[in-house]
Design a binder for this molecule. Structure first.
Ligand code: IPD
Length: 290
């Protein structure tokens, strides 16, 4: 069994965060400097608007090959290449470009997200690590086009470009700037629009920046008071959720559940309580039928 308390030994998490930052920076440089002027859609996934570019694939290939050099016994779970189990107990959860639609359109709000997690429950089931059972040990969210790099190590704090992050006390919900995102399927979007219609009159304003990892880091950095989204994938949230937690924030789901695909809510703890209560009342964790 992998005991996260043993694995979270300071020397190990320091090593893991250094690896996360090194590989995220390499992949970020590749995607930023190598973005072709005529970049197009290489493939689509869950719907016609859920796109993959050649650079998503190249970035993930770089992440996987460099991680194999640095940490050959670890597993990898990546957005484009799926899950490969390792033998060390550590799995790298990677998003080669979070905010692919922004990247496609030349909007700077995209990032490379790299996290090291342990998840014995998933390993025992023979499945990929999952947000409801994993422990995130270290992570880096690198946004080269915005010139921001966030890092976090379990029990060792969170940093933005080397500056320690600490969440401020939350404003009341009606004065909170709230980030969110939308899924790629029409039925999900209809339900998300219905929730937004109810939420917008009750908060300061809403932002939809297009990279869940950067939205979560924005909460840790004070650029958003709160963030919520239904439909996040493990790679969207692994590294950035640790950035929020290590900055003193809370990251959770609705109705007592852990944060995950059904719902992720992040912010200062009291603010999260207020938003969770409202999202529960609005049924924000349910999709429309079609
Ligand atoms: C997407 C972005 C977006 C969020 C979507 C994610 P991708 O990730 O994080 O902000 O709203 O839910 O799927 O597809 O660009 O890696």
């Amino acid at each position: 069994m992998t005991d996260p308390r043993t694995l979270a030994a300071p020397a190990l998490v320091d090593d893991l965060v250094a690896v996360a930052e090194e590989v995220a920076r390499r992949a970020g440089t590749l995607a930023h400097e190598g973005r072709p002027a005529d970049l197009g859609v290489a493939a689509t996934k869950t719907s016609a608007v859920d796109v993959v570019t050649a650079m998503d694939l190249a970035s993930e290939e770089l992440l996987r090959s460099r991680l194999a050099e640095l940490r050959p016994d670890d597993g990898v779970l990546g957005e484009e290449g799926g899950h490969r189990a390792g033998t060390s107990g550590v799995t790298w959860v990677v998003d080669p470009i979070d905010g692919t639609v922004n990247y496609l359109y030349g909007i700077p709000a995209w990032s490379v997200s790299v996290a090291a997690v342990v998840d014995d429950d998933a390993a025992a089931r023979g499945t990929a690590p999952s947000p409801d059972t994993w422990t995130v040990l270290a992570g880096c969210v690198h946004a080269p086009a915005e010139g921001r790099t966030y890092t976090a190590a379990r029990g060792r704090g969170a940093h933005a470009d080397g500056r320690p992050l600490r969440l401020a006390p939350p404003p009341p919900l009606e004065l909170s700037l709230v980030g969110t995102g939308f899924g790629y399927l029409a039925a999900r979007r209809r339900a998300q629009a219905r929730v937004l219609t109810e939420l917008l009159p009750r908060v300061r304003d809403i932002r939809r920046a297009g990279s869940a990892a950067l939205d979560l880091c924005g909460v840790a950095d004070g650029r958003l008071d709160l963030y919520y989204e239904r439909g996040l994938q493990p790679w969207d949230m692994a590294a950035a959720s640790l950035v929020v937690l290590e900055a003193g924030g809370a990251v959770r789901g609705l109705r007592g559940a852990a944060a995950g695909p059904a719902m992720t809510v992040a912010g200062a703890p009291g603010g999260v309580d207020a938003l969770v209560a409202l999202l529960e009342e609005l049924g924000a964790d349910v999709d429309d039928a079609t």
